[in-house]
Design a protein around this ligand. Structure first.
Ligand SMILES: Nc1ncnc2c1ncn2[C@@H]1O[C@H](COP(=O)(O)OP(=O)(O)OP(=O)(O)O)[C@@H](O)[C@H]1O
Ligand SMILES: [Mg+2]
Length: 509
């Protein structure tokens, strides 16, 4: 079970960027080692080298003091190194069970389906990661997919476990469960690398912390020697944590109104069961809930990707239920979807083309029947600077961007379009502290300009910090709406798990 990791002098260059610049990084058996750094600092790259996904341009890796030849993910697994990626690698058409077994069989383990199913259920129960072995991955939310990835690694009994922003997609309760898992594994001698932008979590779970800054190791410290503020400063090189004042909304008219909305999920089971909600001009309505309670289907129905079974949705007074996505967008919808790579961007297209995906239908970029590429370049360049998006060039395909930078591309595009109604699903997920603060500010601005914003998130801090009102979704219905200032964690957690609302909470439907 014990394996010390030493990465020495690691260099990795990509066209136009040095992602890892002579990095030394050591992880001890039995420790939880957090890897911190701004978006694009090189965290995922360094760990993908350890997991055999990339070959370094220079440097070497020692496992338990011996040089390791890790050229492929299979080499890594054989050496006991497993990674849960930031962008998942599940086969979407297969079931959870098939995905988990796929990995195991390849490495010479024989498992029959039924036993494997039981193993998955046992592991997921033991570690508080609920998954249904029979579900098709395609139908799962990002959060649910994450759980599958983790269970897959647990079943492989890795000695070195790398988790690239695992909690970005977990609920608070799941995060606690995961931390317990991490602790147990470390207690048994596993070496754990934990990447996260959430400093509170880093302080809660890690023994040591290494900070990367622009591809270099900016230092390794023990948890006792630091704190959230100090970490933020070390990451960015200056003071960063700042409080944002929430402005009270100027209770405007209804922009989005949802009445008795019903929809099925891909398995033809009811996912939305009579949902009622309205979002007003100039307000941010937060929607709290554990993923899998209808959020995904709501997003799809609101954006025209899923036909509702019943009910009405009006946007600016016009019925949009069952309309095509382009019609809804023309009616004033902006959307930061949960799935950044699937529906959020066109991964093969360049940065500029992703930025102008929507604005290319209007002047100044559209001129008659032609596109003005100079204007497009100007817009792309302006947003790149405003949002500090790290792209090597305007034409670089966005699939090569780091997680946080990809997220910024979507935000820049959607917020700059000045939507009348913005649906934002986990808008700051995966962003570093500086970027997250910036996005919160921009959302606040959009709200002041009169947009109605529906913020779907599982991050209670994010919800509490941004929303004016918080609605809780549970099993496809809104089970309570409360003013954000009354929304303490406990109350929300209760509602999110379907427990009875207490006094003072407005009950709906
Ligand atoms: N396959 C690739 N091709 C070209 N450039 C890449 C590739 N992978 C990463 N990069 C670049 O390398 C740099 C480091 O990326 P990396 O994904 O390691 O950052 P990160 O620290 O994980 O950031 P985040 O917090 O946003 O996930 C970024 O500038 C990124 O655009
Ligand atoms: Mg990353």
């Amino acid at each position: 079970m014990h394996c010390a990791v030493e990465m020495l002098g690691i260099v990795k260059r990509f066209p136009g960027v040095v992602a890892n610049d002579h990095i030394d990084f050591r992880v001890l058996p039995g420790e939880v080692h957090a890897l911190l750094g701004e978006n694009g600092a090189g965290k995922s790259t360094l760990m993908q080298i350890l997991a055999g996904l990339y070959r370094p341009d220079a440097g070497k890796i020692l496992l338990s003091g011996r040089p390791a030849q890790i050229h492929t993910p299979r080499d890594a697994i054989q050496a006991g190194v497993g990674m849960v990626y930031q962008h998942f690698m599940l086969v979407r058409r297969h079931t959870v069970l098939e995905n988990v077994i796929l990995g195991l069989r390849r490495y010479g383990l024989f498992l029959d389906y039924r036993r494997a199913g039981r193993e998955i259920e046992r592991n997921s129960r033991e570690y508080g990661l609920e998954i249904d072995p029979a579900a098709t991955v395609w139908d799962l939310s990002v959060g649910e997919q994450q759980r599958v990835e983790i269970v897959k690694m647990l079943l492989r009994q890795v000695k070195v476990l790398i988790l690239d922003e695992p909690t970005a997609v977990l609920t608070p309760r799941e995060t606690e469960g995961l931390f317990a898992t991490i602790r147990t594994l470390a207690g048994r001698g596993a070496a754990i690398v934990f990447i996260s932008h959430k400093l509170r979590e880093v302080m809660a779970v890690s023994d040591r912390i290494t900070i990367l800054r622009r591809g270099e190791n900016a230092g390794t410290i023990r948890r006792e020697e630091t704190g959230e503020r100090d970490l933020a400063r070390r990451m960015v090189g200056r003071e960063v944590i700042e409080e944002i004042e929430r402005e009270e909304p100027a209770a405007g008219e209804e922009v989005l109104s949802i009445r008795d909305l019903r929809a099925f999920d891909n398995r033809r089971l009811p996912a939305l069961r009579g949902l009622n909600l309205e979002v007003r001009r100039g307000e941010i309505l937060g929607m709290a809930g554990i993923s899998g309670n209808g959020q995904k289907e709501l997003e799809e129905v609101l954006t025209g990707l899923r036909e509702p079974a019943r009910g009405s949705i009006t946007l600016g007074g016009r019925e949009i239920a069952g309309r095509r996505p382009d019609e809804i967008i023309a009616g004033g919808l902006g959307c930061v979807p949960e799935d950044r790579q699937g529906t959020g961007t066109a991964p093969g297209l360049g940065y500029r083309d992703n930025i102008i995906l929507k604005s290319c239908r209007r002047p100044p970029i559209r001129r008659g029947l032609r596109l003005d590429y100079r204007a497009a370049d100007r817009q792309a360049d302006r947003l790149r600077r405003e949002y500090d998006i790290k792209v090597p060039s305007l034409s670089a395909p966005v699939r090569l961007l780091s997680g946080g930078n990809l997220q910024k591309v979507i935000l820049a595009r959607e917020l700059s379009a000045r939507p009348r109604f913005l649906l934002a699903v986990h808008p700051t997920r995966g962003l570093d502290i500086g970027a997250a603060t910036y996005v919160r500010k921009r959302l606040g601005e959009l709200k002041r300009q009169g947009a109605a914003i529906l913020l779907i998130s599982e991050d209670l801090d994010e919800l509490a910090g941004l929303s004016d009102r918080i609605a809780v979704i549970y099993e496809g219905k809104i089970t309570g709406i409360l003013p954000a200032r009354d929304a303490d964690r406990e109350r929300l957690s209760l509602l999110m798990t379907g427990q009875k609302a207490e006094n003072g909470i407005m009950e709906t439907s």
